[in-house]
Design a protein around this ligand. Structure first.
Ligand code: ZN
Length: 574
């Protein structure tokens, strides 16, 4: 979708849809007290700790900590991107997504034309399926590759006839151009991009066809042809076979990445329905992040030749940035002269599965490759090893995996302390320093104040009437507190869900979410009192601390005129 979704639209949508109805349609809820509960869809549990609150329009799991509003729920539950979740939520509400009105690209209703493109792709795929039925040569080819009818149906295989005007004469030409299914000649005439090829529709994880791959039936070139990049199709983001994989198994133990469509199909024939293929590009970090949403282990399958090993090395660099705790990658190199299809035919399924499950873990493969040719008995070689490995380790996110990789390097190099691999003791020391009692009190007052404001946005209106003088007030969270109040008043925010949406992907998001579900143990009719008590206590403490700080400064180094005014104002205000 081009352009940005309108902010006001998102606000309205979050008010219009009741999160209880939305979640109940996916995960049946039970009412208990003022909350609705269920067994958590995001972790395995026996008794329900997943709770949905209607007045906050928010869900929270006490077991795994998952929380958020309707959009977050759809993103997590359906593994959707933000935009996809908003689209689904709009569909649930029966309205169409509204885009920002500024910006030229929005002159055309983007959502609608994308809808037409998806529809066209579906119609074209059906056309190719029909053509396959009519073409004996294409059927013979698939038979020669031992493709069963069931697999052809699951993957919606088709055939593009050997004509210049196959789809070009059947469908809307403007849409065909946009979808990349035809090529425009110099004289303005359009002709079919795919001719005399077996057609493989490429579906996104929501089953929509975003592109096609086509393979020749003989040895002519190019052997494989893909749709070009279009507004639907982004090669760096999509993989072939993911939708079909998830349809059979939504939570696969592992996903195998192979080279081409035929590999995916050949493996599916043998019941290995957990493989996908990158689309003529190297596996990217975006690919890996997509796949890791569904599984915790990815196995890369490469040819055993030089090109395969080079590809393996390349993919490892992408994998390094995606790896964090709980995720693992393995590298599986095929024997030379084999592809997955020929190997599984040759060796049988069991032996192939053995190769998959016993594939070398990424760290082993990495060290084996990087240390090959180095004689680690020599000091120079050990220094070289450190120099080669360090940049890779530095790229890793802080995790057990990173520690393990560092430990391995120390072991191999015999060097105990490798600079830049050590944790930064200073920051860690500070973060774990225990706050004193006074700090805990102040912290909890400010937590209570911010939490209540988040949970009961209407408090902002009461607060506005108080005309608080914020001069010189400093405490943990004061900026956040003022920011939340401003947002509520400016945007007329009525519930926590809408408020939280403004913090999505901001550094404060985590803190805000935690406070939105913090149980402050207040009876409904005492919320106002508790809130103002907390706030008044906080303001008093902050003023006193401010006065002490300025007085100390006055004694030690003196105050500038601004600070003098501030001190006077605070003393008077006190
Ligand atoms: Zn949970």
């Amino acid at each position: 979708m081009t352009g940005r979704i309108s902010r006001e639209f998102i606000d309205e949508l979050l008010v219009r849809v009741d999160i209880v109805d939305l979640i109940d349609s996916r995960v049946p809820l039970k009412k208990t007290g003022s909350n609705y509960v269920a067994r958590c869809p995001f972790h395995t549990e026996k008794s329900p700790s997943f709770s949905v609150n209607r007045s906050k329009q928010f869900f929270h799991c006490f077991g795994c900590g998952a929380s958020g509003n309707s959009i977050s729920f759809l993103m997590d539950f359906g593994h959707l991107s933000f935009v996809e979740a908003v689209e689904d939520l709009a569909a649930f509400a029966g309205v169409s997504v509204r885009m920002d009105s500024n910006g030229k690209e929005l002159q055309k209703p983007a959502g609608q034309s994308l809808g037409n493109l998806y529809l066209l792709m579906e119609q074209v795929a059906n056309y190719y399926v029909e053509e396959l039925r009519k073409n004996a040569g294409a059927i013979d080819y698939l038979k020669s590759r031992q493709v069963k009818g069931e697999i052809a149906r699951d993957f919606m295989l088709g055939y593009a006839p050997d004509k210049w005007g196959g789809v070009a004469n059947q469908f809307d030409q403007k849409l065909l151009v946009e979808a990349g299914l035809v090529v425009v000649k110099d004289d303005g005439k359009v002709y079919d991009r795919f001719r005399n090829r077996i057609m493989y529709p490429i579906r996104d994880k929501r089953s929509r066809i975003v592109g096609f791959g086509g393979r020749v039936l003989d040895d002519s070139l190019p052997k494989y042809l893909n749709s070009p990049e279009t507004s639907l199709f982004h090669k760096g983001k999509e993989v072939y076979g993911l939708y079909e994989l998830l349809a059979k198994n939504p939570k696969p133990q592992r996903i195998l990445i192979v080279e081409g469509y035929m590999d995916v199909i050949a493996l599916a024939q043998y019941g290995i329905n957990y493989s996908v293929a990158a689309l003529g590009t190297a596996t990217s970090q975006a690919h890996l992040d997509l796949l890791f949403r569904f599984t915790s282990e990815i196995v890369f399958c490469f040819d055993g030749d030089k090109a395969g090993r080079e590809a393996a090395w390349k993919v490892m660099e992408a994998a390094f940035s995606s790896l964090k705790d709980g995720r693992s990658c393995r590298i599986m190199l095929l024997p030379e002269q084999h592809d997955p299809d020929s190997l599984i035919r040759n060796e049988g399924v069991d032996s192939f599965v053995d190769r998959v499950t016993s594939a070398q873990v990424l760290s082993d493969y990495f060290y084996e490759q990087i240390a090959s040719g180095l004689n680690l008995n020599e000091m120079e070689a050990r220094a070289q090893l450190i120099a080669k490995v360090k940049p890779y380790i530095e790229k890793l996110q802080e995790s057990a995996f990173k520690e393990m990789m560092s430990a391995r390097l120390k072991e191999l190099s015999g060097v105990k302390k490798v600079a830049a691999l050590e944790n930064n003791q200073v920051t860690i020391g500070m973060a774990t320093r225990k706050p004193n009692t006074q700090e805990i009190n102040r912290l909890s007052s400010s937590r209570v104040a911010v939490a209540l404001l988040l949970q009961k946005p209407e408090l902002a209106y009461l607060l506005e009437k108080q005309e608080i003088d914020w001069t010189g007030i400093e405490f943990r969270g004061v900026e956040l507190f003022k920011n939340i109040q401003r947002l509520i008043l400016d945007k007329k925010i009525v519930n926590s869900a809408v408020l939280l949406e403004y913090y999505r992907d901001l550094p404060e998001e985590k803190a805000v979410k935690a406070l939105a579900v913090l149980d402050v143990h207040v009876e409904e009719d005492q919320v106002d009192d508790v809130f103002f008590d907390a706030l008044n206590g906080l303001l008093k403490q902050a003023r006193e601390a401010g006065i002490l700080r300025l007085q100390a400064k006055a004694q030690n180094e003196g105050l500038n005129s601004e600070e003098q005014d501030l001190l006077v104002a605070m003393l008077v205000g006190k």
